[in-house]
Design a binder for this molecule. Structure first.
Ligand SMILES: [Zn+2]
Ligand SMILES: [Zn+2]
Length: 335
């Protein structure tokens, strides 16, 4: 498996999600939110290798651990530094960057690119360590529809949800793997060669022809005969928004083909009124969404601290009654 994930933080405490995409030549790490203490069990080297930090929103329990992250990586120049989030992300990050004294950094070249996701467009700003992060330099502004980030072997999609403030739901998908059916190749009497590069590439039109072992061949026919597309795995990160019928409809469609949904369950079913009032979800709402979207597995996290440990098992059972393939994160085994 090339896509893996790790929920960070304990039950009833701040949580975050680390997603790793390992494509052999390149390993990418995406951190979703950064609550207090979430990074405490991650090795320093792994924190330093986080490529993108993506916030759902900026309530304290999602950003309280940012200083720990930033302390590890603020001067990083071996990769580009990106932070993503809803409208207002650049303003809030600008304040965070300036929350420290930076008098000994002249000549350090690190730059931070901060991206605000608005409906249908994103606006980016660059902040320079050598300037003590004083200026927000305007970078690109571009439109986006669902997919806003493409990395080596993966894409990230988002939907803006309603938490009384925009809260971003994220879906990470591995890009499909294109394989050549070697048994079929043999039955056609062909040997592998550089020509397979084209066959594995973009879909050809009917007229396109390549020469294979001295004879012209239709690329389209070769693609139909030889190419096998293996869909990639996907994981969704859903937290802190109201799951009303409109939101459920949008997500059920967006989650098509997603293997694992990591979803908050702030409230028990009995406290649904509180969930609606506070723009959060219940265990049963999360489970109904997973069932409707036909995902493979639901992982519940981000439980309200109003519940005691004895109630956590009951919360899990509420969700499992609707969607049996529901678990807590693996390291919450004691729950
Ligand atoms: Zn919140
Ligand atoms: Zn929260």
């Amino acid at each position: 498996m090339t896509l893996s994930f790790q929920v960070l933080g304990d039950a009833g405490k701040d949580n975050a999600l680390l997603v790793t995409i390992d494509r052999g030549q390149a390993i990418s790490r995406l951190l979703f939110d950064c609550g207090e203490g979430c990074l405490s069990r991650l090795p320093f080297a792994e924190i330093q290798a986080i490529d993108h930090l993506l916030f759902s929103h900026f309530h304290m329990d999602h950003v309280a651990g940012f200083d720990s992250f930033f302390r590890c990586v603020y001067g990083r120049t071996d990769r580009s530094n990106h932070v993503w989030g809803p409208a207002g992300t650049s303003d809030i990050l600008h304040h965070r960057f300036q929350g420290f004294l930076w008098n000994l950094v002249a000549g350090m070249q690190a730059a931070w690119h901060v991206h605000d996701l608005y409906l249908g467009r994103l606006a980016s700003h660059r902040f320079e360590l050598a300037e003590a992060f004083a200026q927000a330099h305007v970078e690109e502004e571009r439109s986006w529809v669902r997919i806003f980030l493409e990395g080596p072997g993966y894409t990230v999609e988002s939907l803006l949800m309603d938490h009384g403030t925009p809260s971003v739901a994220y879906i990470v998908r591995e890009t499909p793997r294109i394989n050549v059916d070697s048994a079929k190749l043999a039955t056609l009497g062909l040997r592998p060669g550089p020509w397979l590069q084209r066959v594995r590439g973009t879909r050809a039109d009917e007229a396109e022809v390549i020469v294979v072992e001295g004879a012209p061949r239709s690329v389209r026919e070769l693609q139909d005969a030889l190419v096998r597309v293996k869909p990639g795995d996907a994981v969704a990160y859903l937290t802190d928004f109201r799951l009303d019928s409109g939101a459920t409809d949008r997500l059920a469609e967006a989650l098509l083909g997603v293997g694992t949904v990591v979803c908050e369950s702030q409230y028990r079913h009995a406290d649904e009124e509180l969930a609606v009032r506070n723009y959060h979800m219940t265990t049963t709402q999360a489970a109904k969404l997973a069932r409707r979207a036909r995902v493979g597995r639901l992982v519940l996290f981000h439980l309200s601290d109003r519940y005691r440990a004895e109630e956590w098992r009951a919360m899990l059972a509420e969700a499992q009654a609707i969607f049996p393939a529901t678990t807590f994160p693996d390291h919450w085994a004691a729950c």
